[in-house]
Write a protein that binds this ligand. Structure first.
Ligand SMILES: O=C(CO)[C@H](O)[C@H](O)COP(=O)(O)O
Ligand SMILES: [Fe+2]
Length: 223
């Protein structure tokens, strides 16, 4: 799956920018990744629930909301209630991530848990049994256009093994620095869903960029 991040899109034309990846075939995005930043959990400020609510009315594509915010226990369920398909919170910010996953699911969303590059996976395996998505950050959260950190692929391999052996039931998603040069190693490590911001919205033709990324990931996964 390919989830273009609108962090690198034109914020004045988000509807049109999403239309560009809503065609048919391999250029159609599977999810639209929406980066919500509060200027506290990360040193950047983007958009919040009112914009997500407008996007939900505008697009048929599932929204994948990545909440880089403090106190997600309080704020994340609102995104699920609004109709986001997948709502991801950071384990470093959540007070009670198990209860939060239950609340997200009760509100009708898939529950996602994200871990920053230096956060060990092993400390959170019990918590992950309550989640539908694991978002492995491959850059420090906060900004688009950063370089991929290959060391996080060890966490992807571990998660893949746990899923394949039936110990966890979740999608493995990766976020940060994914482009034509890095997607193959992520796919080989076992990623299911690839977030790509600058590689899609920095391209002349976003749909073609989605198709090209999908192609490379498929080929690498088949090897
Ligand atoms: O969560 C994020 C940053 O915190 C973004 O989703 C991510 O960085 C996507 O942008 P790019 O593909 O350009 O790295
Ligand atoms: Fe993100």
């Amino acid at each position: 799956m390919i989830a273009p991040s609108i962090l690198s899109a034109d914020f004045a034309s988000l509807g049109t920018e999403i239309d560009a990846i809503t065609g048919s075939g391999d250029g159609r995005a599977d999810w639209v990744h929406v980066d919500v930043m509060d200027g506290h959990f990360v040193p950047n400020l983007t958009i919040g629930l009112p914009v997500v609510e407008s996007l939900l009315k505008r697009t048929e594509l599932p929204l994948d909301c990545h909440l880089m915010i403090e106190d997600p226990d309080r704020w994340a369920p609102g995104y699920a209630e609004a109709g986001a398909h997948n709502v991801t919170v950071h384990v470093e910010a959540a007070r009670d991530p198990v209860m939060l996953a239950k609340n997200l699911r009760a509100a009708g969303a898939k529950a996602g848990l994200s871990i920053k590059p230096n956060t060990p996976l092993e400390d959170h395996l019990d918590t992950l049994r309550h989640y539908d998505t694991l978002l492995v950050m491959s850059v420090e959260p906060g900004f688009g256009g950063q370089s991929f950190i290959p060391e996080v692929l060890d966490k992807v391999r571990t998660a893949r093994r746990l899923v394949d052996t039936g110990h966890l039931t979740l999608l493995v998603e990766i976020d940060g620095g994914i482009n034509a040069d890095t997607i193959e190693q992520a796919a080989e490590a076992g990623v299911d869903c690839f977030v790509a911001g600058s590689a899609v919205y920095g391209a002349d033709d976003p749909a073609r960029a989605v198709a090209a990324l999908r192609d490379r990931a498929r080929a690498a996964r088949a090897r």
